[in-house]
Design a protein around this ligand. Structure first.
Ligand code: NAI
Ligand code: HPV
Length: 533
């Protein structure tokens, strides 16, 4: 496995990566070059500068994992990654304290004109009257987005005896109470705040959410901090609001168009830099020793884990699964994928509906990831490497397949059962059911037959007349091809005089062997199946 790292991550992270995979470090690689070589890599690790867009993702022929060493994933085209079945992982918690502390630092800086005073002193101007500031004590701070960072900022600013108000339409009231923030509307926040700090992700909805209209509502003399993403506060509107004296000061860590962060001298034009009331930092929110150490090792573990099939942790484009749940669900994922993989190997009718019914103990879990495995198994014969758990639902939808999950707590005989019902475009439904015993998986119902077999790499399903000698025939034919039978099970159907034979073998069963069997009188239909696990 090969991993490319395009932005600096900590030494501990690099060491971990090198222990597990081949790593190429190409810091600040020009985009054109990256586009050329991305095809050689199974994973890419970036921070916020590398644009992992659709073009790059599509050129990543082997790409399985995109690792964002940090929090925001707005530099990654999640839709394109998901469509291609590429897992995106990040480290959302590693730098939140760093970002919250910088926010508080910037707020104090604009309250007390610290950077301007420092610059003044350095150039021999010690007139302190010029730099008289205001206190945080007793002021109202409006926090937009009370998530991981916003809530840390709330807790810190409360200790400065500020009144904390917050606007976040997506969280329960209990979260406001927990962090001692009064819940307000955006208009109320704008009207009441002496300081405003924004901590939302950058989305279509949040881009420019503080713009010309919002500046009409703010208190004259408000001070703003943006330590989240460039463009959440519209830069042009901010520029005008500062020039008009509406905004007394602003601290900006992030720009709509970001400069290069690795260049000592660079022509970077942004009108905000011309305003003495604006202080800026070069996207420093996550740049602490502690945060980078956290992030480096976390992203290395996330990427290696994802490459090895670990489907829990900080995966941005898969349903959330906790590590303990993953262990519980692991064998069910294997089982549902195996059951899904059976369909197109024994049926030709295109599928229109997949129903996955969870019975017993398993019905209490969030089983979305198990359903995704059933879809992955189903589509694999058709799409080969083009399907993964990440894009299985999307691919199924594109193929006109509807997916339905059901759950039933009551169950007989087993502690858990997964029933997979697959309905073809001809309206006929094929049904499989399976269960697990610890790590072992068993299919217990196969198209109306009660069975109990372990799906393995190489198998054959034989529908035969229930007459003596069939087992011997099968043994002979497979023997002629040098194939050992590792397990065999017979399930007779007394009502029509047929039987189903399930055969597990140690090698792939060649087409010629299946053809020979199908020529025998006693055999109605033999089908070789492979790759169920
Ligand atoms: N400057 C830097 O170096 C760093 C910047 N960041 C950025 O900080 C921001 C916040 O990160 P986290 O706190 O980890 O994110 P989070 O996802 O934990 O919290 C975001 C909060 O914003 C809320 N939200 C979403 N849309 C909203 C809207 N329209 N109005 C109000 N609230 C809304 C969500 O409900 C959520 O509670 C992100 O943009 C992230 O990329 C993160 C780390 C470092
Ligand atoms: O983690 C984030 O969202 C950040 O903005 C930090 O970006 P960085 O990794 O320092 O380029």
């Amino acid at each position: 496995m090969k991993v490319i790292v395009t932005e600096r991550i900590s030494e501990n992270g690099m060491e971990y990566l090198k222990k597990h995979v081949d790593v190429d470090v190409k810091l600040d690689i020009p985009r054109e070059e990256l586009l050329k070589i991305i095809k050689d890599y199974d994973a890419i690790i970036v921070r916020s500068t590398t644009k992992v867009d659709r073009e790059l993702i599509q050129k990543g022929e082997r790409l399985k994992v995109i690792g964002r060493a940090g929090n925001g994933v707005d530099n990654i085209d999640l839709e394109a990654a998901t469509e291609k079945g590429v897992i995106v992982v990040n480290t959302p918690d590693g730098n939140i304290v760093a970002a919250a502390e910088l926010t508080v630092g910037l707020m104090l800086s604009i309250a007390r004109n610290i950077p301007q005073a420092h610059n003044g002193c350095q150039s021999g101007d010690f007139r302190r009257d010029k730099f008289k500031g205001i206190e945080l004590n007793g002021k109202t701070v409006g926090i937009i987005g009370l998530g991981r960072i916003g809530s840390l900022v709330a807790a810190r600013l409360a200790s400065f005896k500020m009144r904390v108000i917050a606007y976040d339409p997506y969280i329960p009231d209990s979260r406001f109470e927990k962090y001692g923030a009064e819940k307000v509307t955006l208009s109320e926040l704008l009207e009441q705040s002496d300081f405003i700090t924004i901590h939302t992700p950058k989305t279509e909805e949040t881009k420019g959410m503080i713009g010309e209209e919002e500046f009409k509502k703010v208190k004259r003399g408000v001070r703003l901090v943006n330590c989240a993403r460039g463009g959440l506060i519209d830069e042009k509107a901010l520029y005008n609001a500062i020039r008009e004296g509406i905004v007394a000061a602003a601290a900006i860590d992030v720009f709509e168009v970001e400069p290069l962060y690795n260049t000592e001298h660079q022509e970077f034009h942004n009108p905000l830099l011309e305003l003495p009331k604006v202080i800026v930092t070069p996207h420093l929110g996550a740049s602490t020793v502690e945060a980078q150490n956290n992030i480096g090792i976390s992203i290395a573990k996330e990427v290696i884990g994802a490459l090895k099939g670990k489907l829990y942790g900080n995966i941005v484009n898969l349903p959330e699964v906790k590590s303990e749940e993953f262990l519980e669900l692991k064998s069910y994922m294997k089982l549902s994928e195996a059951m899904g993989a059976l369909y197109y190997q024994i049926n030709e009718t295109p599928v229109k509906l997949v129903e996955v019914i969870y019975k017993g103990d398993i019905s209490k879990y969030n089983t979305e990831i198990v359903t995704l495995h059933a879809l992955k198994g189903l589509l694999k014969p058709a799409l080969k490497e083009g399907v993964s758990v990440v894009n299985a639902r999307l691919r199924a939808r594109e193929m006109g397949i509807e997916t339905v999950e059901g759950r039933v707590e009551e169950i007989d005989h087993y502690s858990s059962l997964i029933i997979l019902k697959i309905t073809g475009t001809n309206g006929k439904t094929v049904e499989f059911a399976g269960t697990t015993y610890g790590n072992e998986i068993r299919i217990v119902e196969y198209m109306g037959h009660k069975v109990n077999f372990e799906p393995t790499e190489y198998m054959m399903f034989v529908k035969n007349k229930d007459v003596p000698g069939v087992i011997g025939h099968i043994g002979n034919v497979l023997g002629d091809f040098g194939i050992n039978i590792s397990a065999m099970q017979v399930s007779p159907n007394k009502s029509d005089g047929t039987a189903l034979m399930v055969v597990n073998t140690d090698k792939e069963i060649p087409v010629e062997a299946v053809e020979s069997l199908n020529k025998l009188n006693s055999i109605i239909k033999a089908k070789a199946v492979k790759g169920l696990i």
